[in-house]
Design a protein around this ligand. Sequence first.
Ligand SMILES: [Zn+2]
Length: 113
Amino acid sequence: MFLNHVFNCNFCNSENKVKIDFDDRGTLQMKKGDELSYTCFSCHKKDKIHINKITAKSNKIILLISVFISILSLILTFKSGFIAYASLIFPILVYTYLKSLEDNFNSYRIKTK
Ligand SMILES: [Zn+2]
């Protein structure tokens, strides 16, 4: 939900999304192996992609929602001072959290044989 996982097709280089429920490549490798089979959504060819080529990208919709909540909360708590400031920090916290999830996945690469 917080992260999208993407890779580029070996044939046409189109960006494909893949659903991955693991936090890092190490866990992914243990559960699924070094490569994942895919069918490209663009050229419809079947191939395997090495999991080091899969990149995590944070879900920008989550960030947009948090900004929206922040603005809404700012309007509602405008006269309450402190809480209004707290609502400004909220999207920053969300961004930091998403970034850490992203880095956690992307920084760890499995060893290639
Ligand atoms: Zn393709």
